[in-house]
Design a protein around this ligand. Structure first.
Ligand code: ADP
Ligand code: MG
Length: 316
């Protein structure tokens, strides 16, 4: 019994030496809790240890972790302490309850030209700002699946925010994903990059473009949704583990089942519908104006905000 009490880190588990521990940490298995809920096969595969040893390590991790209950008050305090990234538009920030939230996934869907990417650029700049000043004081991982990342726009937006444009660009790590494998692997292997670079925001622009073009037809739908599910799951786990914000954009289609009202529906089916904690629907209005509708939020009422896309970025 006394032996188990001394297990405080994953290195203390039976069968896990420094090399194995390092492999596990790189895969994001940084805590005893994470080991305790893993399966022997996944642990064995990740660490190179055999399944029997993995079972023993998991059992030891389970015995050395306790379930931490929090009171509602503690949860409330923790939620108030959550970082938020400002969108630069007061009305939209208010709609979101203070901005785009850390430890959670925010989706923006809408037609071509509705401002999804522009909002992503603004967030990529703002996330770098200090905590309490509308940012998360960290770097940004930007996965560009459509080839629409524009450093010129980052430069303009950063200048308008009185930031050093060079520094703002240096703080954004861009991955141009050409296929779903690259998109998936970037997220799958992001743990180390996130820790090494203090990444506090991940942007995926867009989530579904490559999945849609690669998995065509009904027959491929099952496989597509399965891969998508794992991808989203990993994104959520990164958000939780590293206290970072995830923003992804999504394409739309016209749902023929909707006879009255707006038939515009985000693509990706149920997996995507459940992926985001907060869903925003962007649509064009007059000139530079865009209407942002909060469609789904665990704590904020549905509503709309009007934003403008300007040379300087997003504005009220
Ligand atoms: P999508 O929803 O397809 O990602 P975008 O976010 O790329 O759409 O929005 C494109 C729109 O943003 C353009 O149609 C234009 O109205 C606006 N925009 C892009 N660059 C600028 C700029 N430098 N100044 C003002 N508006 C811009
Ligand atoms: Mg776009």
């Amino acid at each position: 019994m006394a032996k188990e009490k001394s297990i405080k880190e994953i290195e203390d588990l039976p069968g896990i030496g420094p090399t194995t521990a390092e492999k596990l940490k790189e895969a994001g298995y940084t805590t005893l809790e994470k080991i305790a809920v893993s399966s022997p096969h996944e642990l064995a595969e990740l660490s190179g240890m055999n399944v029997e040893s993995a079972k023993k390590a998991i059992e030891a991790a389970r015995q050395s972790t306790t379930i931490d209950f929090s009171t509602g008050t503690q949860v409330y305090e923790n939620r108030k302490a959550l970082g938020r990234v400002t969108t630069n538009a007061k009305e939209l920030d208010e709609l979101l309850g203070g901005g785009v939230e850390a430890k959670s996934i925010t989706e923006a869907y809408g037609k071509f030209g509705s401002g999804k990417t522009q909002l992503g650029f603004q967030l990529a700049v703002n996330a770098q700002m200090p905590l309490g000043k509308g940012g998360l004081d960290g770097r940004v991982l930007f996965i560009d699946t459509e080839g629409t990342f524009r450093p010129e726009r980052i430069e303009q937006i950063a200048k308008a925010a009185e930031m050093d444009p060079q520094a703002a660009l240096d703080n954004i790590l861009v991955v141009r994903a050409e296929n779903t494998e690259q998109q998936i692997l970037t997220i799958e292997r992001a743990d180390k990059a996130i820790r090494d670079n203090n990444i506090k925001m991940i942007i995926v622009d867009s989530m579904m473009a490559l999945f849609r073009s690669e998995f065509l037809g009904r027959g491929a739908l099952g496989e597509r949704q399965q891969k998508l599910n794992a991808h989203i799951h990993k994104l959520q786990s990164l958000a939780d583990t590293y206290n970072l914000a995830v923003y992804f954009t999504n394409q739309v289609m016209d749902n023929p089942g909707i006879l009255f009202g707006d038939p515009t529906t985000p693509v990706g089916g149920n997996i995507i519908a459940h992926a985001a904690t907060t869903r925003l629907y962007l649509r064009k209005s007059k000139e530079e104006k865009r209407i942002v509708r909060l469609v789904d939020s665990p704590s904020q009422p549905e509503g709309e905000a009007v934003i403008k896309i300007t040379q300087n970025g997003i504005r009220d």
